[in-house]
Design a protein around this ligand. Structure first.
Ligand code: AMP
Length: 422
C-alpha cells in the first residue's frame, strides 16, 4: 500500500514527499481512513510508529476540504504532555502541511506567553500542553469555540503527569460536537475511563507493539548487581556506537549514573521527570545533535526522545515488564537502520529474561565482556552470591571506583570494535 490510496490533496502529497515518506506505517494505514471519515478514534500506538502523521495528514485533508480559514480561528486542538512532544507535533504539521498554508502554533510553559498568544490566535491548528493552555484560556486571550477536532496524544502519559483536571477544564471550553482522537501507548483503567467519557462510537486502531522491531539485535550480559557500573563502562569502551540510550529504573539512578559516566570522561547526560523545561531541552538538544553521545533516562522521561541516531539501547536495569522492554528498544533500529539492545541482567531478573525471550521469539545470547574483571571483590551483602562468568584472561579492573583513574581527560574520539565473547 502507498499514500496514493488515501487520495490526499496534491498539496499534502507534496508535504509527504518532502518528509521522505513513501510507504504508510501500519498505524497510518489503519487510522487515516477512520480519521478522514470523521469518526472518533482510539489509537493504541507509541511514539516511533508514525502516529503523528496518522492524525496530522487526515486532519490537514479535512481542513482543506472544509475550506477552513488558514489563519485561525483554531479548528484543531492537539493536547500533548510535554513541550518537546508538542514541538515535534507542531513541526510535523508544519512540514506535512507546508504547501497548504494552514498555520500551526505550539503553546507550552517555561517561555514567554506573548509570542505564543499571537501565534495561537492566527493558527488553525494549536498543539498545546494543558497547563499553559489553561492559563491562556483563563486570561481570556485565546478562544477555542470553533474547535471541531480534538487530539489527546500520549494520553496515558498526560494522566501520569497529573493533567486530568486540566484536561477536564479544557474539554469544558470546547464545542460539544467534535471529532475526538485519543492516542495512548498503553490502555490502563483510567485511559479506558477517559475514552468512555469523550469518545463516541470510536474506531479502535492498534498496532502490534508487542513484537520488537526485527532490525534490533538483543544480548544479555549477566552480572552481579554490584558490578553493573563497571560492566557498563567496559561495554562503553568496547562498543562502537553513535548514540546510546541507557535506561535505569529510578530517577535517582539515572542522574547518578550519568554523573558517574561524565566524570569518567564520557559525553553523558540524563533525562528524568524532576528537571526544569530548560534543563530537559538542553539535554534533549545535546543528545539529538550529538554533543552528548550517551543519555541516561527513566522510562517515562524517555518517551519524548525522538532521535534517529540511537544505535544502542542499554538496559542498565531490566524493565519491569516485557512490554516496557519493547518500548525501550523501539528507540533504536529506527528509520531503516539496525540497532542493538544490550541488557545487564542479574540473577533476580531471570523471570523477566524469559518473558523478554518469549516476546522476541527466540533465546537471547548471554555474553561476557572479555576485558571485564568479573572476579573482583564484592562488598559483602548478606544473601547475595556471585553470579556468573569465569575470570577473564586480560583483566582490566573496571568496576572499582578507586582503581580506575578519574579521567575527564579520557575523552575518546575513536572507539574500538566490539570485542565480546560468549
Ligand atoms: P512518530 O511516531 O509520529 O513520532 O514518528 C516517528 C518517526 O517516523 C518520525 O521521525 C516521523 O517523521 C517518521 N515517519 C512517520 N511516518 C513515516 C512514514 N510513513 N515513512 C517513514 N517515516 C515516517
Amino acid at each position: 500500500m502507498n499514500f496514493d490510496s488515501f487520495s490526499f490533496d496534491q498539496r499534502i502529497v507534496t508535504g509527504i514527499i518532502g518528509c521522505g515518506y513513501t510507504i504508510p506505517t501500519p498505524i497510518q494505514v489503519r487510522a487515516i481512513p477512520e480519521v478522514l471519515s470523521g469518526r472518533d478514534v482510539m489509537g493504541l500506538a507509541q511514539t516511533g510508529t508514525g502516529k503523528t502523521a496518522a492524525f496530522a495528514l487526515p486532519i490537514l485533508q479535512r481542513l482543506l476540504t472544509s475550506n477552513a480559514p488558514k489563519q485561525g480561528p483554531c479548528r484543531t486542538l492537539v493536547l500533548a504532555p510535554t513541550r518537546e512532544l508538542a514541538l515535534q507535533i507542531h513541526e510535523n504539521f508544519i512540514s506535512l502541511g507546508k504547501q497548504t498554508g494552514i498555520r500551526s502554533a505550539a503553546v507550552f510553559g517555561g517561555v514567554g506567553a506573548n509570542p505564543q498568544i499571537k501565534a495561537a490566535n492566527k493558527a488553525t491548528v494549536i498543539v498545546a500542553c494543558p497547563g499553559r493552555l489553561i492559563d491562556l484560556l483563563n486570561q481570556g486571550v485565546l478562544k477555542l469555540d470553533q474547535v471541531d477536532t480534538l487530539v489527546l496524544d500520549e494520553a496515558d502519559r498526560m494522566l501520569d503527569m497529573g493533567f486530568m483536571p486540566d484536561i477536564k477544564r479544557i474539554l469544558a471550553r470546547l464545542p460539544a460536537t467534535r471529532q475526538n482522537l485519543l492516542f495512548s501507548a498503553t490502555m490502563p483503567h483510567d485511559i479506558r475511563e477517559l475514552a468512555g467519557k469523550i469518545l463516541v462510537n470510536p474506531a479502535t486502531v492498534q498496532v502490534a507493539n508487542t513484537a520488537p522491531a526485527t532490525s534490533v539485535g538483543h544480548t544479555f550480559y549477566p552480572v552481579h548487581p554490584q558490578l553493573k557500573v563497571g560492566l557498563l563502562e567496559a561495554l562503553l569502551d568496547v562498543t562502537k556506537y553513535d548514540s546510546m540510550l541507557i535506561f535505569t529504573r529510578t530517577k535517582h539512578r539515572a542522574k547518578n549514573l550519568a554523573r558517574k559516566l561524565s566524570f569518567r570522561g564520557h559525553e553523558a547526560t540524563f533525562l528524568q521527570g524532576n528537571m526544569s523545561q530548560n534543563q530537559r531541552q538542553r539535554a534533549l538538544d545535546g543528545f539529538k545533535d550529538g554533543t552528548f553521545k550517551v543519555m541516561v533516562a527513566t522510562d517515562i522521561a524517555a518517551r519524548g526522545i525522538d532521535c534517529d541516531r540511537i544505535t544502542h539501547v542499554i538496559n542498565f536495569d531490566v524493565p519491569d515488564t516485557a512490554e516496557t522492554y519493547t518500548h525501550r528498544i523501539g528507540r533504536t533500529g529506527r528509520a531503516g537502520r539496525s540497532g542493538m539492545a544490550l541488557s545487564l541482567v542479574t540473577k533476580e531478573d531471570e523471570r523477566l529474561m524469559r518473558e523478554i525471550e518469549k516476546i522476541v521469539g527466540r533465546q537471547i545470547d548471554r555474553r561476557k565482556v572479555e576485558e571485564f574483571d568479573y572476579d573482583q571483590p564484592l562488598k559483602s551483602v548478606p544473601g547475595m552470591d556471585r553470579r556468573g562468568p569465569a575470570p577473564a584472561k586480560h583483566k582490566k579492573t573496571y568496576g572499582s571506583d578507586k582503581r580506575r583513574p578519574a579521567a575527564p581527560t579520557r575523552r575518546r574520539t575513536t572507539k574500538a570494535p566490539v570485542r565480546t565473547k560468549r
